[in-house]
Design a protein around this ligand. Sequence first.
Ligand code: IMP
Ligand code: MG
Length: 185
Amino acid sequence: MIQDYHDFLAEVLIPEDTLQKRIAELGEQISHDYQGKNLLLICILRGGVVFLTDLMRHIKTPHAIEFMAVSSYGSGKRASEGQVRITLDLNTNIMGRDVLVVEDIIDSGHTLFSVIEMLSTRKPNSLYICTLLDKTERREVKVPVRYCGFEIPNKFVFGYGLDIDEYYRNLPFIGVVDLKRYQHN
Ligand code: IMP
Ligand code: MG
């Protein structure tokens, strides 16, 4: 049985209406900044997918979307430099494109650091990050964040694309996990 999330939800950190209002603002800002550009949104699977689909509907400039998946070597291990590999690559040539990587959350920054490094060798015209959440105090390496939805404290969060052991990505809000009450599957 999958544990009911109500049993380990410590608090709702960002409610649905706050998320949606901020995502609309980000979409407006991106629409303004990328006018006349050849915008390509690259979503990092799977966490970024809910954010991407809401965000893109607020972007008024023409754009394409692509998907990429990465994993860190060793399950459950934190990504560290040089330990990230592509498990699903793009189907598109990004040379000369204005690329915006759409991600759910940045923690240490190692995952996106590797992604940015790999993508930059393919010669895009520009390459930036749009992240919904940022645990800024945890940052170990610098990554080019151009848009950030919310800076959050160092707590384990779930919902709105973010999983706890692969479940509850569907929730419309960001919740904090009470790790003492969470039973691992
Ligand atoms: P980084 O490489 O340390 O920046 O880790 C980023 C990745 O860790 C994200 O793409 C998430 O998959 C995962 N992650 C970090 N913090 C959380 C969290 O609070 N909830 C769920 N996933 C998280
Ligand atoms: Mg992720």
